[in-house]
Design a protein around this ligand. Structure first.
Ligand code: SF4
Ligand code: SF4
Length: 162
C-alpha cells in the first residue's frame, strides 16, 4: 500500500497557531498545510449550497464550483478580504485558511523519493500530521482527498467517499 500524508482536521481546528514548516526552499513562507486544510474543508465540511453565499459575496470571482460540486478558491484572484468566510453560515471557510500569498503542497516529492517523510510531519506540535499507510474508513471518519492525502474529519455528508 502506498504511503500518504494524513491530516487530523479535528486536531488542527484546536490549534490556534499552526507552525508546521514547509520544505519550499525558494518560497520559505509557503504554507502547504493551510492550503491542504482549505481543500479538505471544502471537500468534507462545505454543504455545497446550491445558491452559495460564499460565491455570491466574492468581489473577485475567486470562488468557483468544480464539476464534482466542490468549491475551489483561485488564489491568484483572491484578495484575502475574508468576505466568503463571514458569508458562509456553516463556518467552512475559517479565516486562517484564507492566505493572501499563494501556497501549494507537492507532498515533499523529492524527499519521498528518498523515503523521508514530508517536513511538516515532524514540525506539527499537536501530532496532527503523519505519514504512512492509511485506508479510507467511513466509520472512523477517514476520507481520501487526493492520491497523496487522507484526512480525519467529521464529514457533513458521510455518503461522499473519494
Ligand atoms: S477572501 Fe478571496 S475568495 Fe473570499 S470573498 Fe474575498 S476575494 Fe473572494
Ligand atoms: S457558503 Fe459555506 S457551506 Fe455554502 S457553499 Fe460556500 S463554503 Fe460551502
Amino acid at each position: 500500500m502506498a504511503k500518504t500524508l494524513y491530516i487530523d482536521l479535528e486536531k488542527c481546528r484546536d490549534c490556534k497557531s499552526c507552525h508546521a514548516e514547509c520544505s519550499y526552499f525558494y518560497h520559505p513562507f509557503n504554507d502547504g498545510i493551510t492550503y491542504l486544510r482549505e481543500v479538505a474543508e471544502f471537500t468534507l465540511t462545505c454543504r455545497q449550497c446550491e445558491a452559495a453565499p460564499c460565491i455570491e459575496v466574492c468581489p473577485t470571482d475567486a470562488l468557483e464550483r468544480q464539476d464534482d460540486g466542490i468549491i475551489r478558491r483561485w488564489n491568484i484572484r483572491c484578495v484575502a478580504c475574508n468576505s466568503c468566510s463571514y458569508a458562509c453560515p456553516f463556518g467552512t471557510i475559517l479565516p486562517e485558511l484564507i492566505g493572501y500569498a499563494v501556497s501549494r503542497c507537492d507532498f515533499c516529492h523529492a524527499r519521498l523519493n528518498h523515503k523521508d517523510a514530508p517536513v511538516c510531519v515532524d514540525k506539527c506540535t499537536l501530532g496532527a500530521i503523519s505519514y504512512g499507510e492509511y485506508e479510507v474508513n467511513e466509520e472512523k471518519n477517514i476520507y481520501r482527498i487526493s492520491d497523496h492525502l487522507l484526512v480525519h474529519a467529521i464529514s457533513w455528508n458521510k455518503k461522499v467517499l473519494f
